[in-house]
Design a protein around this ligand. Structure first.
Ligand SMILES: Cc1cc2nc3c(=O)[nH]c(=O)nc-3n(C[C@H](O)[C@H](O)[C@H](O)COP(=O)(O)O)c2cc1C
Length: 221
């Protein structure tokens, strides 16, 4: 099994989403020590933003790309190769301004690419985009300062992190049933509710690692 860990917190120190990722990965490696984990730290090494040159290069057939266009797509090529190899995608992210951090969105922008991760069929009048990758699972590990973003919660209608990640992940080969989300909430309050949320999430991340590592023994795809 190949795991790709995408860390998106701008904080190296005291990051709760990174702490959740470490808990998941440590538990996973206890079960499956031979597995390979690649880390892409977009929180620290931020992906380049898309430019007109990037878009033009993308829509130029590969055989006709200039050296400069190949260079413009190099970051994207490397990130897509990592992604294509991964069976399990771990995204550890803060909630910033009610959605994903700009650095994580920039990563999605770099890896969701025509004829690499999705195809576009102009004849298809309703859903012209379809993913080229398949069979991956996604574990989303999030940290929020506030609380109540889950279904039925106080801030359900302000939840733009998980739905956006889910929709983007569809184009990376992850079906809805294969998305798992473990969340820490209440960080800004620093009270008993936060401590309980942190403990619950760490336990849930470890339990999820055990469960998915168990499934990895059998047919994953
Ligand atoms: C720039 C910024 C924006 C934030 N926006 C929100 C927000 O909209 N909603 C929320 O619940 N928490 C928000 N927070 C709090 C973070 O989600 C919280 O601190 C979380 O623990 C950060 O993840 P990390 O611990 O992995 O760095 C924000 C924090 C920062 C720094």
């Amino acid at each position: 099994m190949n795991l790709l860990l995408v860390n998106a917190s701008a904080r190296k120190e005291r990051s709760l989403s990174r702490r959740l990722a470490t808990a998941f990965v440590t538990q996973w490696m206890a079960s499956r020590p031979g597995d390979a984990i690649v880390e892409r730290d977009v929180g620290i090494d931020q992906p380049p933003l898309l430019t007109e040159a990037w878009i033009a290069a993308c829509f130029t057939p590969e055989s006709q790309r200039t050296p400069a266009q190949r260079e413009v797509l190099a970051w994207s090529d490397a990130a897509i190769e990592e992604l294509a190899r991964a069976d399990l995608l771990l995204i550890a992210t803060p909630r910033y301004n009610y959605g994903m951090p700009a650095a994580l969105k920039a990563w999605f922008d770099q890896v969701i690419r025509i004829d690499r991760t999705f195809r576009f069929d102009r004849e298809e009048k309703t859903w012209p985009l379809s993913p080229l990758l398949s069979g991956k699972k996604l574990v989303l590990l999030s940290a929020s300062g506030e609380f109540g973003f889950a279904p039925g919660g106080l801030r359900e209608r302000w939840e733009h992190l998980e739905p956006h990640v889910r929709t983007c992940a569809h184009y990376l080969g992850v079906e809805g049933k294969d998305v798992h989300h473990v969340a820490i909430e209440y960080q800004e309050f620093g009270d008993e509710r936060h401590r309980a949320s942190l403990e619950d999430a760490l336990a849930a991340a470890k339990a999820l690692a055990v469960r998915l590592a168990g499934q990895a023994e059998g047919a994953w795809h």
